[in-house]
Design a protein around this ligand. Sequence first.
Ligand code: NAP
Length: 387
Amino acid sequence: MFFQDVVSEKMPLSRMSRILFRVISRLVQPRWSQDGQFSISNVSLLVLDLSAEHYPTHALDVLPCLACFPSILTNFLYDFYTNVILVNMTTPQQLVWFITGTTSTLGFGAHLVSTALSRGDLVIATGRSQEKLDKLLEKHGRTDNLRVLQLDVTSSPDIVKDVVNQAVAFWGRIDVAVNNAGNGELGLIEETDTSAMRRQFETNLFGPVEVMKAILPHMRPRRSGTIVVLGSRSIWIGETPGLVHYSASKAALHAMAEGLASEVSHLGIRVLLLAPGAFRTDIYSNSPFHQDNFISDYDDLRAACTKRFAGIAGHEPGDPVKAMEALVDVVRGEGVAVGKKWPEPGTSLLLGNDAERDFYKRFEKLKAAVSEWTDVVRGMWYPDNAI
Ligand SMILES: NC(=O)c1ccc[n+]([C@@H]2O[C@H](COP(=O)([O-])OP(=O)(O)OC[C@H]3O[C@@H](n4cnc5c(N)ncnc54)[C@H](OP(=O)(O)O)[C@@H]3O)[C@@H](O)[C@H]2O)c1
């Protein structure tokens, strides 16, 4: 963020220098205290990291600030020039996005392609249908900044890896991987064939897992990258009849993304878990309501569910364009994200008033249930472990 300010000349050099000194001190301290020698590899990493964190700068912008610290500068100026500047001078701040599920006309994925391209970024858009991908290319005037690859996220791990490798070959890296592909398998649990639940998890959980496992080997060596996961506020309304297959898969996806965030943060890789409310995409048109085994006891409930779901499509309050603009802002540290902390592992970025409302409702409900049952909750431990 501060490099962005320097470039736009909003931040005085003195403040920039103080911040930079703190960062450098933190990074190089262990090396100094061990043998009194200064290791430039730390600083190379620092500068490259800043580049990878998408601050619109290159090493030359940093150099005047380093001049404030002559002892550091004299120790590594030569290496700094040869090893760092050359790399950064040839690396403009243009992110490479890899996005799954970009082929539905109104979907988050298609909007994200447009938004990322409009910021000058490079996009690899993937989708199940080559015909739809060709249409996407047409829509964007077959710009060089957009490449497409066919990918069904439920394909075998080898196919997923192959597609990711092809994607990396386009521009040499993937900076941001967006696990967007998803759908809903609606229906009441007892009336729906279990295969629907399995399919739901294949698309919404195992697909993203395979995509991430294929992409991480490319991000780890660079100690840089952002993984975006499209979760859902449905995890806080799991009690909604008919939505269970979907909300269960998204709950598992949330847990997976939260764990992943902790596992890869030390590698310089960030995970952004989004929890959107209802947005006006094609999702409800693409989500079948299963009625595999009719059970008359569910007649009224089934009728209420189908009526409710049929009434949602086209009336969702959320604007997907706004959501994707916000996503790009957050990833780039621009616009709505300026001055905000990256959502920590264990949290998600809620999108939409309905997401916020449902989150707090669930939170209050859980709190009330814990209070009601406190004596039972707290009556389980061995006496020597009492809080
Ligand atoms: N819209 C909402 O209210 C909302 C809320 C919370 C979370 N989300 C999540 O946001 C993501 C995007 O959904 P959306 O709302 O934009 O819905 P959408 O308009 O229906 O788009 C979903 C996209 O995912 C693709 N897809 C589905 N299964 C796939 C597979 N196996 N492999 C590759 N692509 C696949 C679809 O491809 P085809 O074009 O081939 O059908 C489509 O392009 C989903 O993960 C969804 O769960 C949506």
